[in-house]
Design a protein around this ligand. Structure first.
Ligand SMILES: *[C@@H]1O[C@H](CO)[C@@H](O)[C@H](O)[C@H]1NC(C)=O
Ligand SMILES: *[C@@H]1O[C@H](CO)[C@@H](O)[C@H](O)[C@H]1NC(C)=O
Ligand SMILES: *[C@@H]1O[C@H](CO)[C@@H](O)[C@H](O)[C@H]1NC(C)=O
Length: 153
């Protein structure tokens, strides 16, 4: 399965951002509708990596949007989920105040050593209607996820 086509097949994202010590497992456990995403972060060992980083933004995917990931190999799950972890701090306010039309940011997938082209980067765009959209920065990527809210910052 081509990685490019798998990136961001998940449509609904919620934001968790932190610039200090945090435990992503504990934070998400307070939000039952992210229970599958949360357990996948643990089973793929990404939770540990997230907790070790200081400035981080996690695009959490709710249970009802994460179905496409279930049944995939842990390796593929890990790749897809690591694209949902931005290596910088973006809370809602910072996103809304983005100056340029679009911003390219690195994700945890970029640190894996296997990201080809720009598949390890996300394109964050503030749309004309003020909505925040996330898409893969890889060329040919069309799938766009919209920010629906913020869990914690
Ligand atoms: C993070 O929180 C989870 C759930 O509360 C807990 O099981 C785990 O031990 C915590 N991890 C760390 C590193 O504190
Ligand atoms: C998915 O989230 C809902 C809440 O939106 C929760 O009630 C349910 O238990 C979760 N499903 C699973 C399989 O964890
Ligand atoms: C980022 O996405 C927006 C909207 O989807 C697009 O217009 C823009 O060209 C993209 N920027 C880059 C550098 O890929």
């Amino acid at each position: 399965m081509a990685i490019k086509s798998l990136l961001l097949l998940l449509t609904i994202t919620l934001l968790f951002s932190s610039s200090s010590a945090h435990n992503i497992t504990r934070i998400l456990s307070k939000h039952p509708k992210f229970s599958i995403f949360n357990s996948l972060l643990s089973s793929t060992n990404l939770a540990k990596k997230i907790n070790h980083r200081h400035s981080i933004t996690v695009l959490a995917v709710s249970n009802d949007s994460i179905g496409g990931l279930i049944g995939l190999s842990p390796n593929i799950q890990r790749r897809i989920l690591s694209v949902h972890v931005i290596l910088d701090y973006f809370d809602r306010e910072k996103l809304q105040n983005l100056k340029s039309h679009s911003t390219i940011v690195p994700t945890l997938f970029q640190t894996s050593g296997i990201a080809k082209g720009r598949t390890g980067f996300l394109n964050i765009t503030k749309l004309a209607n003020g909505q925040i959209a996330f898409s893969s920065a890889a060329s040919g990527a069309h799938h766009v996820a919209k920010l629906v809210g913020q869990i914690a910052a």
